[in-house]
Design a protein around this ligand. Structure first.
Ligand code: NAD
Length: 383
């Protein structure tokens, strides 16, 4: 199916303009969950979180370059499935992601699972198909830190972490490595989830304190991260728990009817969002009237608007996850995979001698090359 030649990288425009092939091909780079895990193991989670945060921050500073929209959601009784598209002049990206809070208990599956595509705007060729479950945890934690670096008090050292599931290690370690958090104060309604987190943080320099309630975890914390999963208007954080100067990193309220913060927590704070039209529908912000003032994060990052204006101010990053972060994440993983020689090539798009002759792929008794044949196994692709 493939010829390895210098022009066969993912930037290669299809065969028509490529003179080095003698067979047709339109390569798509594929990163499996194992490939992305290998990237993280070889580069180190700290370096990946840092690289991801830098990439996300740089892309937020190019805010006007992107064609943006709120994600498209399909809701059901048990959860949501969402498509998140975005493009600049060069690349188009989308993520498929779900949110099914009962998946762990009912099906032994993660709450959040994802994959995504990066395509060439010039040709439409899908250049990268990648896992985004692990990548989403890294990009979400990196985004949380990008926001907190701009909004939390710079001398923040302790963080309450409410919700100790799949995302929690990444949040704890991102804030430790990138923001200097030294103590995490944990609470989850599922004590086994907390025990898992404690175990996974063993060996790091983080001081870990297990708490008996959200109120206990939050007491005295500089930063509060809520990353719970429940398809309900929960009130994980109530106004009586607020302390002057706190920064709240609200990650789990990300869907209509799925919130974590009491509305008076938002009213008591300055609220920052990724992309306002999406957060109005999906964020904790959905509980407040349409004229409640918020600031988009890119405005703070670019210096157009002041983030934190006093030591005592309470700030909330009402995070729902925006497509721009996945665009950044896909590019970061693609570039790192290329640097490490990881990933495979997929024959997702058929190569054609005559691009108008699609029928040639199925013409009886004609053997064709460059076809994305059903028999193509991952091993064959890797070969
Ligand atoms: N904002 C974003 O960009 C973004 C990205 C990824 C995930 N998320 C959201 O983050 C949340 C967590 O995702 P996950 O993959 O870690 O899910 P998970 O199911 O693995 O973990 C969620 C944890 O929350 C706990 N929990 C539920 N209700 C609680 C409560 N009232 N108090 C304390 N703990 C409670 C559960 O016991 C569970 O351990 C989800 O809601 C998901 O949709 C947001």
């Amino acid at each position: 199916m493939y010829i390895d030649s210098p022009c066969c990288d993912t930037a290669c425009i299809p065969r028509k303009t490529c003179t080095m092939h003698n067979i047709a091909l339109v390569p798509t780079q594929f990163l499996s969950a194992q490939d992305v895990a290998s990237i993280v193991q070889r580069k180190g989670l700290s370096a990946c979180l840092r690289g991801m945060a830098d990439t996300i921050q740089a892309d937020f500073l190019r805010w006007q370059a992107f064609d943006k929209c709120a994600r498209v959601a399909s809701h059901s009784a048990e959860g949501v499935i969402e498509l998140m598209p975005i493009a600049d002049d060069h690349s188009y990206a989308f993520k498929y992601v779900n949110g099914h809070p009962k998946n762990n208990a009912l099906h032994g599956l993660p709450t959040v699972m994802a994959f995504g595509v990066l395509a060439s705007v010039a040709t439409g060729v899908p250049e990268l198909l990648s896992e985004l479950t692990l990548t989403t945890a890294i990009r979400t934690a990196a985004t949380s830190v990008v926001a907190a670096r701009a909004l939390a008090r710079p001398n923040s050292r302790s963080m309450a972490l409410i919700g100790n599931g799949a995302q929690s290690e990444f949040q704890a370690l991102a804030f430790h490595h990138l923001m200097g958090i030294e103590e995490v104060r944990l609470f989850d309604t599922d004590s086994l989830a907390t025990a898992k987190l404690v175990d996974n943080l063993r060996g790091t320099a983080l001081k870990v304190v297990v708490c008996a309630s959200t109120a206990e975890a939050v007491r005295g914390a500089d930063i509060v991260t809520t990353v719970t999963a429940d398809k309900t208007n929960a009130t994980i954080l109530t106004p009586d728990m607020l302390e002057p100067g706190m920064h709240i990193n609200g990650v789990g309220g990300d869907c209509p009817g799925k919130t974590e913060l009491h509305p008076d927590v938002l009213r008591a704070a300055s609220v920052f969002v990724e992309y306002e039209p999406q957060t109005r529908i999906e964020g904790d912000l959905q509980q407040l009237p349409a004229d409640f003032a918020v600031t988009e994060l890119w405005q703070v990052l670019s210096g157009k608007v002041v983030g934190r204006s006093s030591e005592a101010q309470i700030t909330v990053f009402d995070s729902v996850g925006f497509a721009l972060e996945d665009y950044s994440a896909l590019r970061f993983m693609r570039d790192t995979a290329q640097e490490l020689g990881l990933g495979q090539r997929l024959a997702l798009i058929p190569g054609l001698d005559d691009p108008k002759d699609l029928y040639s792929l199925v013409r009886p008794s004609v053997v064709k090359t460059g076809v994305s044949a059903p028999a193509l196994s991952p091993e064959a692709v890797a070969a």
